[in-house]
Design a protein around this ligand. Sequence first.
Ligand code: AMP
Length: 389
Amino acid sequence: MLNIALFGPPGAGKGTQSEFLIKKYNLFYISTGGLLRKEIANGTRLGLEAQSIIAAGGLVSDEIIVQIIENTITGNPTAHGFLFDGFPRTYVQAYILEGLMLKLNTSLTCLISLDVPEEESVCRLLRRGATSGRSDDSDAVIRNRLREYKQKTLPVLQFFKDRGLYREVDGTLPIDAVGERIDAFLTDELRKRLFNVVLFGYPGSGRGSQGRALAKTHGLEYVATGTMLDEEIRRGTEIGKRVTALYESGELVPDEIVVQLIEQRLAASNGVKGFIFKGYPRTHVQSYILDALLKKHESSISRIIELEVPMLELIARLDARSKTPRSMPYDSSTAKIVRRLQDHETKTLPVIAKYSQRHEVVRIDGTGTFDDVYSRLSAVVEDGLRRLR
Ligand code: AMP
């Protein structure tokens, strides 16, 4: 989700720039001033409370603002992102915004401040007052609005500077030039953003072949820890030698080794749109590790998908594979196949259950032809990529 707050003194051009941003980035527009004017027009309780304050150029109480914002946000659960105009206007509202974003499992992308000197702001508002019909666009009220802005609203900037979310644009430039600069910030934000999928499923559910195909089509990097370990062995690296010894003695590969491999992989993947993780995380410990590894890249898990295939079909598929050249060393006996299925059940299913408390786990029917399953999965990935933008 792209969530932006447009900031600036009254008359800075927030409304004008918003029109272009909501169209280009498919954002849901929230102007607290606009919402308040609607409440007033509808004669609601909140509107009546706010009316005289707005007329005098003061700031409406944070209590009223939190109510109208919350109603609007919760009334639009499918929004792809929000554009806030005229909010937050106080330090308390900055905290409110942070809390609202957390509730939606998202965060503010950035606050864009349109920098306009006071005299310019007054001129613009007086000019607007001639045609806008807004009672608060008169000289005395404008002065009061600017005083409120300086006293209560400007300190808000520090809140966002401290969090590295502050971006500034010279608001005295022509409208198009301001738009271009804002656009450049947002394009940059989007470029940094990764789309990360965790693909769960029992062995034999098709995670590998589907994961590879999905990654190829959608410009994502396929990260399969098992394959990465095999690759180390094949290349005879130090890690590969250690892994071979562990495999031979029947021991599990310690997390330290896998962490190093994923870390290297993430670091070497500059410019990718995101990752598809297959076979990782398999344990609770690994789920913490993955969160931390992604956090290091200012990222997180975007989608969790579980491929569902009935047990008897899984056994039939793994048994069939063991008789083909695609057979993996761990397909070679029934005992090994059963052990892998059991491992998934005892260690990984609880991880999925834990994830489903915090994330939506999308369950996809893994039966049918490869293309059937692929198109089901691909739709989920496409939808996720679209929402990221
Ligand atoms: P605007 O349309 O954003 O210029 O807002 C018009 C008026 O509505 C402001 O002068 C305030 O009185 C009130 N208002 C709008 N947004 C807020 C807010 N976030 N906090 C407090 N008052 C607000």
